[in-house]
Ligand binder design. Sequence first.
Ligand SMILES: [Cu+2]
Length: 466
Amino acid sequence: MRRRELLAAGLAAGAGAVLSPRRSAGEPGLVVRALEARPVRRRLLGREVELWLYDGRLPGPPLVLEEGETLRLVFTNRLPEPTNLHFHGLRIPPGGRADNVFLEIPPGERFVYEWTAPVGEAGTYWYHPHRHGLIATQMWRGLAGGILVRGPHERDPDSELARADDRLVVLRDLELAGDRPAPHEPRDWHTGKEGPWLLADGLVAPVWRARARLVRLRLVNAANARTLRLARADGRPLVIAALDGHLLPAPVEVDELELAAAQRADLLIRMPRDAAVTLVARPRHRGVPTPRLRNPFVLRLLPPPLHVPDVPLPRTLAGPLSPPAPPVRRRTLTLAMFTLDGRRYRHGRVDIRARAGTVERWRVVNMGTMDHSFHLHTWFFRPVARNGRPWPFDCRLDTVDLRPGEVVELDIPFVRETGRTVYHCHVAEHGDRGMMGTIEVGPALPWSGPVSSDAICAFPRRPAGR
Ligand SMILES: [Cu+2]
């Protein structure tokens, strides 16, 4: 509970008060922060366990930034094996000291990450290790945390979102064996590792008091493999404000929400005056046997005190999105057990070459017998269709989930960033076993015309009509 209050206080007062980054006086807009990955013994699920954690916290401390701020993250690896960091979903450089997943930080060493939160892309993101071959076991032992980038919607006093109780909640499942997370069995590499307990910010079925009549729940599914099928216990619809960090044009109502591993959703919950709102997770089969959750519920929100004023649901959020330019190139990518396009990941081999300033349409096909997901680093995509049917609403995603036999079509504007990074299945075990490829995006060609982001894909920054 204390962590939640700290986070809320941090959001209200500006992150600095609580997250204690040192804002350098000489460099406005620079946030300096230390982060350490290390083994930690602590109580969890009623016993003393050894976890691997960032700064000793489960989940890791939230990294909170304003759009345009630069984070200098002094990262120390106190684990007994190499690791690194991936900043999932952020359109920041894929190399150098930014979102460089090819780095390897040996035990005992320090690395200084530095990147700038892109202007116009405020939202809910997360960080986790991405050293190929060790991602699944390091995440399973506890390494993951949320990233919250604040933008004009959170600052504008007229915006409903600015008046909401803004909560970043990292979800993951877990199974313990003795005094540690249950070790991977051979079959876990096939199915993806799941456990019977669902933790919300490290707690089983927490109960929190809402601080406003409108609650924005920024949910991050940081599970290795589990797909969460979320709904309200009272049968009322869920209102989605954002997916994978990006605000939707307007809120969308759904009866239930499937959140695959690595996906995020911002929910808006208008609290009743006198009743709690309970979020539950229903069983969801991924084509393999999956342990049932023992949680009575995911989390529960109690109504705020009666004097707290009402806040309506916003009618619009991002406003209409401009359609991306027509794709200049089409590709088909197949997912099957431990392969992407029929081959396993090999370090240093470039599998796809693309050009900055172009839009590509990727057709991703799940040829396997269980669910797989598709995640592209650095560049997010606009989903076009699933199994030939148009996507029901406009959005920007970085991870899609595919059931066996499913086909999704995605338009990817290769905007702004160039360089080399990866795309992969986000069942962490599958990525580690080779369901990953390398993409290199080269600089725009001189004759390709204007290559500003607006020319190929406009991202409105203000809600329509404000
Ligand atoms: Cu997979």
